[in-house]
Design a protein around this ligand. Structure first.
Ligand SMILES: C[S@@+](CC[C@H](N)C(=O)[O-])C[C@H]1O[C@@H](n2cnc3c(N)ncnc32)[C@H](O)[C@@H]1O
Length: 196
């Protein structure tokens, strides 16, 4: 690996491919409970929903159990997807799970394709060289975008950014901004809801 302050894009991708920790993310139900309050507010149950960086699929499964039935997930880690299939077989059968870095698939996704795109602790790990994906995330969003990200923290795999400024630049309008302090695991995270 190169020096700690400047990991390459490949190093960051390789990290997630080998450290996706599905058993850790599987148990974080309070994160999914928190998220669904916002999804229920804006999205119909048959709305097309995409989670980027879905890991073991805990958020998607929570939505599936709550009758959202048009779900897609993108995940870079094969280990996480293997665990998703084992842990939530019904979800795996009824959901479009794409095994890929978001960078390699997003150009193939149609414009305004999803009623909702959401991310939870994923955009913060997008390498500076891959920041071009933000414009594509705005492009494929047909209705709403929800980001739950650490925006100020900084370390070798967390890249601080202000998502309001980024997504408004690409034509979305921010509707809500909330600190996620009520969730132990998401302290210092910011939830933002954007509309196309
Ligand atoms: C901190 S975890 C969050 C997992 C899940 N969203 C949650 O909140 O429980 C980040 C996830 O994003 C995935 N990820 C990181 N970079 C990615 C990329 N470039 N493309 C697709 N998935 C990525 C990781 O493998 C990991 O599963």
């Amino acid at each position: 690996m190169s020096n700690d302050s400047e990991k390459t894009l490949k190093e960051i991708h390789d990290y997630w491919k080998s450290h996706s920790s599905p058993d850790y993310y599987m148990d974080k139900i309070d994160r999914s409970e928190f998220l669904i309050n916002y999804i229920n507010k804006y999205i119909e149950q048959n709305g097309k929903i995409l989670e980027i960086g879905c890991n073991v699929g805990r958020n998607l499964n929570y939505l599936y159990k709550n009758n959202f039935n048009n779900l897609t997930g993108i995940e870079i880690s094969e280990e996480a997807i293997r665990s998703l299939k084992k842990t939530y077989p019904l979800l795996a059968k009824n959901t479009n799970i794409i095994h890929s870095p978001v960078e390699d698939i997003i150009k193939e996704l149609p414009t305004k394709h999803f009623e909702l795109v959401f991310t939870m602790a994923v955009l913060e790990h997008i390498h500076p060289e891959s920041e071009w994906v933000f414009e594509d995330i705005a492009r494929i969003t047909g209705g709403y975008l929800i980001t739950i990200e650490a925006e100020k923290a900084k370390n070798w795999r967390i890249f601080p950014r202000e998502y309001k400024e980024i997504f408004e630049r690409f034509g979305l309008k921010q509707l809500e901004e909330t600190r996620c302090d009520s969730i132990a695991d998401l302290r210092a995270y910011t939830l933002r809801v954007f509309k196309k």
